[in-house]
Structures are given as C-alpha cells and as structure tokens.
Design a protein around this ligand. Structure first.
Ligand code: ADP
Ligand code: MG
Length: 286
C-alpha cells in the first residue's frame, strides 16, 4: 500500500478520525476552537448535566449528570445497556441529547458543535475496533495521525520538522513502543496495537481522552502495562475509561462512576462501590 493510498484511506475514515474530513462538516463561518482555548479554570473539564437521550421512546440516558475534573482518570462501569457508549456519543457529538447540557470547559457547548469541531477542540476517542494502518510502521502510523492546522495533507508531504520528529519519539516512548519504531503495525501484538492507537490519539494532543474497553482481549501483562500507560496520561490529559474488567478498574481508578439505566447510580472509590448495596445488586448481580 502506498502512502497515497493511505491518505485516501485516511480521508475515508471520517467515522473514526473526524478531524480529517473537514469538508463534510462545513464551519458555517465558524473558526475551529483550539485546545488551548478550553477554559478549565474552575476545575472540571467536562460538564454533563441532566442529559437525556431517547431511542424510540426508550431512554438510553435518563437525567445523567456527571463532571470530570481536569487531569482526572475516571472509570465508568455499568452493566450492558447502561448507556456508557451513548454517553460517549453525546460527548463526541455523534448523538444529540434530547434534554440537558454538555460543556467542554466553561464555555464550549458540545451540543452545538460538529463532531469535527469537538475533535479539533481536544476530545479524542478510542474505539474498540482497530484503526491503525497495518502495513505501515509504528513511526509512520504516528506520523499519519499528527495534528495539523488545516488538514492532513501537509504532514504527509512535507518533511518532518525536528519538533515533529521529537514529538513522535516522545509518544513512542509513552506508549512503550520505542523499540518497535520500524515494525509494521500488523506484526504488533494485540496489546501493542491498542497502545499504538492510543499513541495516534496522543498525536492530536487531546485534552480529554475517551477510551472504550481498552483491555478486552489483552493478556495480564498487557493489562498491567495499559494501567501504567493510562495512569501516566492522567494529569496532562483527562481520561475517561469505560471498562468491564474489575481488577483492571481497581488498578487504575481513583473515582469510579457506576451507570445504570442511563443514570448515575453511585460514585466513589472502588472499595465504596464494591460494598455499595445497590451497586452489588444491579452490577455485581447480588
Ligand atoms: P452500554 O454501552 O452501557 O452497553 P449503550 O449506550 O450502548 O449501553 O446502550 C444503552 C441502551 O440504548 C441500550 O438498551 C441500547 O439497546 C440502546 N441504544 C443504543 N443506541 C441505540 C440506537 N441507535 N437505537 C436504538 N437503541 C439504542
Ligand atoms: Mg457500550
């Protein structure tokens, strides 16, 4: 596969990387918001208040209120159908709430922004399905994902600046793939592919990272490394992780939010959640 094919593929993959398909989301005269403009001076980076989303009368989210602090690593757990994915869809602009407000920092109304604008403003989402370019190396994958001012073209056809190269090396280091720079993505282990994908999101310098079930299918060793990685990202980034694996959640989370029937059932540390009668009832099946 040539680099040009990859560019075409990148341009097609607007479902995943919305920021590459500016054309599909005309600005209507609006200037894209940059991450440095997000106002986190009050602490929280994300405000979801009284959000409801209905599908044919069924409330997937029902009066959901949730705040994420800047730099926080938060785990969201809850049984299947609790509304976890729908919540992420609301945050990323894929689904519009019927009621409620969603703010990124103090001033950005997510319900009035396009998916592209939200991604550009600094919200990155990792899906479960792999979105890496298998026949390209770790380095090239990170290069393809690099944030550019206007669109994806300049970064592919211009030579990398020193600063850009340093950034790629930095991210390789963060995701633990420095020794795999020239390895084709398809030869990476399942866990390494997931880390590469997180690295590709990091190339966009997101303020808030949304990660859906990152350790599904991973070995224990890979899970430990993923926990380390996500903990390392917290602080510089805010991270929201949706995950089922309880041991994993215990190993990374300070605060856990339990969703049930589209609503926050309980919030606290893992010990509090595991001894919470209602949580045990609906989630742990007691
Ligand atoms: P979770 O990710 O916690 O498993 P989801 O957010 O995927 O839950 O789904 C919440 C509920 O909303 C489920 O009952 C699901 O069937 C329903 N739902 C989600 N998306 C749609 C949709 N596009 N159309 C109809 N129902 C949906
Ligand atoms: Mg889901």
């Amino acid at each position: 596969m040539s680099l040009l094919d990859d560019v075409r593929e990148t341009m097609r993959r607007d479902q995943v990387f919305d920021f590459v398909s500016e054309q599909r989301y005309p600005f209507q005269g609006r200037r894209p918001v940059r991450p440095e403009e997000v106002d986190i001076s009050h602490g929280p980076i994300l405000y979801l208040e009284n959000i409801s989303v209905s599908f044919d009368g069924f409330k997937a989210l029902n009066d959901l209120t949730l705040y994420i602090n800047s730099g926080e690593l938060r785990c969201i757990i809850g049984p299947n159908g609790a509304g976890k994915t729908t919540m992420m869809d609301v945050i990323t602009g894929k689904t519009r709430p019927d009621e409620g407000t969603a703010y990124f920092g103090q001033t950005m109304d997510l319900t009035r922004m396009t998916e592209y604008e939200i991604a550009t403003a600094g919200i990155g989402r990792k899906f479960q399905k792999p979105t890496i370019f298998p026949q390209h190396t770790v380095f090239q994958n990170l290069e393809l994902a690099m944030r550019t001012d206007k669109n994806v073209w300049p970064s592919l056809f211009a030579t990398l600046t020193c600063e850009q190269e340093t950034r790629i090396e930095e991210v390789q280091n963060i995701i633990g793939l420095s020794d795999h720079t020239h390895v084709e993505a398809e030869s990476l282990s399942h866990g390494q592919k997931q880390w590469l994908e997180i690295g590709m999101l990091l190339m966009q310098d997101p303020l808030l990272l949304l990660v859906d079930e990152p350790v599904a299918g991973m070995t224990h060793q890979e899970m430990d490394k993923t926990a380390e990685l996500l903990n390392r990202l917290a602080g510089k980034h805010s991270v929201v992780v949706v995950e089922h694996d309880m041991d994993f959640v215990r190993s990374i989370a300070n605060t856990v939010t339990v969703l049930h029937e589209g609503h926050v059932l309980a919030e606290g540390d893992m010990d509090e959640m595991q001894s919470h009668p209602r949580v045990r009832e609906v989630y742990l099946g007691e």
